[in-house]
Design a protein around this ligand. Structure first.
Ligand code: C2E
Ligand code: MG
Ligand code: MG
Length: 564
């Protein structure tokens, strides 16, 4: 028995405390599971540590001691490459001392008067276990570029602060650099790195004014866990101002997401929310600070729910396609010439959802393909059915998302769609929103050009809402411009808006493009557009988007009127 116990060498623990009563208490707690040695002050502790350097598993270190205190021991051990890997748990009754010790590299702490023995043993066991892979961890503790904590170490640290310091109210802050990639591209990686280091230094300077920790989470994304109640607005403008001074010849724009402290919410969740807030600030140069609030929380929960419900919705046919008519207004009385298919989600609990509730969400995570495919199928089937019923073809346009354009099966699917319903390519028109053209424009233009060559008519949706430059317009393989609603909204009251609409119509005429005015709601708007030579209009003035049976009534009415 003794033999095998010796072979299975027990782990060695050093207990350092100036009070005999504390040494005894810990000795009794640990002796069944560990070999325990003792020291009465910092100086003795260092001697023991050096003597047992090779086989010491952990040190339990009192902070307040005569001769040499625990902080000095910590500092010495952390500064020694050989000793650094020995984990140290500090023993203290003072909260502020705990944090300081953690910042100095302590692995954990035990609060005096001592916790229950089981808790001490569990904590000790866990830290020793953690430290087995310690070399690995310590190598990765700091981010080499900025000297902040690394993304692997930081969450563990934050978690410990949360767990053992419930009295500390800590906020999560995420800072990101807008379009960081373009800084690298335009200037060089070295310049990009300098910017990152500068931002990190500013964060360090901030952390000298309050308690907290920070890491570089990803390339250009920083996370700060700091005391609750900072003036975030002032903080962001201070960072921004300093960065502007540092880089007067380039645009470095910071954005910030914050999730303030909340009782019992762990840092992981806080940072999830802060990240979501930071994401919301993306591209919004007017408002680069977003604080995660109740509304965002509800939105996130709803989004998650919609993602979960999508599959069932397809299976149970909860998606409905509505149709909104487009009228030709240049041939005497307005004539119904086509329609736009618009998705609705008839959710059993949430009611009828508009596409603005879920299309942007599904575009972001790539699930939109499922929805779009359904709409295309349904729309093509409907065109074929109406042709059968009324003896003429009413082309329907469907919306394409950016992700659809990058889907390699797009051509096959669209071809099959048309063929299987006995239609021509021209019977299904494709609306592609203007913003889809901005990123990776070459690829988008090629795909759209190919679709057009196949015979599909391409409508540029929401024209004027994005930033496509006018000189690109002449090279775009499109047939129709759908003028964004915002142009039409005020043409009756605002002379300038009317001029703008006329200008767009001029350009379109010059480029041989037809124009659809969207969002026409009044007779006055219709008259002005008619005068200005706009070809087609779509809007509530004629009809809202309608379910198929109601749209059919509209077709019938239009047919009757044509006969008269
Ligand atoms: P969009 O393609 O620009 O569609 C026109 C939107 O304007 C529709 O909103 C329509 O109901 C609304 N609208 C039409 N006339 C008027 C008017 O006179 N006044 C006002 N205030 N609004 C009018 P809806 O149906 O809510 O669709 C919103 C957007 O969602 C669409 O904008 C489109 O970008 C997207 N969407 C809709 N269905 C689909 C789909 O099947 N797939 C994809 N990818 N996106 C879709
Ligand atoms: Mg559209
Ligand atoms: Mg539109």
């Amino acid at each position: 028995m003794i033999e095998s116990a010796r072979i299975q060498r027990r782990q060695l623990v050093l207990v350092v405390d100036d009070q005999e009563i504390n040494r005894d208490a810990l000795g009794i707690t640990l002796e069944d599971d560990y070999d325990v040695i003792f020291a009465c002050n910092g100086k003795e502790a260092l001697e023991q540590i050096h003597a047992h350097e090779a086989d010491l598993s952990i040190v339990l270190l009192d902070l307040m001691m005569p001769v040499m205190n625990g902080f000095e021991v910590l500092e010495h051990v952390q500064g020694d490459e050989q000793l650094k890997s020995i984990p140290i748990i500090v023993l203290t009754a003072e909260k502020s001392a705990e944090l300081q010790a953690l910042q100095m590299g302590a692995a954990d702490f035990i609060t005096k008067p001592f916790d229950m023995p089981e808790i001490i043993l569990a904590r000790l066991g866990r830290i020793i276990e953690l430290s087995e892979g310690r070399q690995l961890i310590s190598a990765a503790e700091h981010d080499r570029l900025t000297g902040l904590y690394s993304r692997s170490f930081f969450p563990e640290y934050a978690r410990r602060l949360f767990r053992y310091h419930p009295e500390l109210r800590m906020d999560a802050i995420v800072i990101d650099i807008e379009q960081f990639r373009s800084i690298n591209d335009l200037h060089s990686r070295a310049v990009g790195n300098e910017v990152l280091r500068f931002v990190a230094d500013e964060i360090k300077a901030f952390l000298r004014t309050t308690e907290g920790i920070a890491c570089r989470f990803e390339a250009d994304c920083f996370e700060i866990y700091c005391l609750h109640g900072q003036d975030y607005k002032a903080l962001l403008s201070r960072f921004q101002k300093r960065v502007d001074e540092f880089s007067p010849n380039m645009t470095v724009h910071l954005r910030m997401g914050v999730k303030p402290w909340q009782p019992d919410v762990n840092p992981m969740l806080l940072f999830d929310h802060a990240k979501a807030a930071c994401k919301q600030a993306r591209g919004n140069y007017q408002n680069s600070l977003v604080v995660y609030d109740e509304e965002m929380h509800k939105r996130e929960q709803l989004n998650q729910r919609l993602i979960n419900d999508l599959r069932i919705a397809v299976e149970k046919q909860q998606f409905k396609v509505y149709y909104q008519p487009k009228y030709d207004i240049q041939q005497g009385r307005p004539k119904l010439v086509s329609a736009e298919a618009l998705i609705r989600w008839d959710h059993p609990e949430l009611g009828l959802l508009s596409p603005t509730d879920f299309v942007p969400l599904f575009e972001e995570n790539g699930l939109i393909g499922v929805v779009d495919n359904f709409v295309w199928q349904e729309a093509a089937r409907q065109v074929a059915q109406w042709r059968e019923a009324y003896g003429f073809t009413l082309p329907v346009s469907v919306n394409l998302s950016r992700t659809d354009l990058f889907d390699p099966t797009l051509f096959v699917r669209l071809n099959r769609l048309v063929e299987s319903n006995g239609l021509e390519c021209g019977d299904v028109k494709l609306e592609v929103t203007e913003s889809a053209y901005t990123d990776n424009a070459k690829k988008v233009l090629r795909v759209i050009g190919d679709l057009r060559d196949l015979g599909f008519e391409i409508e540029m949706d929401d024209f004027g809402s994005g930033y496509s430059s006018l000189n690109m317009l002449s090279e775009m393989p499109i047939d129709v411009l759908k003028m964004d609603m915002k142009f039409v909204r005020r043409i009756e009251e605002n002379e300038t808006d009317l001029r703008l609409v006329e200008l767009i119509l001029d350009i379109a005429r010059y480029l041989h493009l037809k124009v659809v005015a969207e969002g026409v709601e009044t007779e006055g708007q219709l008259a002005l557009l008619q005068n200005a030579g706009c070809d087609l209009v779509q809007g509530f003035y004629f009809s809202r988007p309608l379910p198929p049976d109601e749209f059919e009534q509209l077709i019938k009415r239009d047919r009757e009127a044509t006969k008269e």
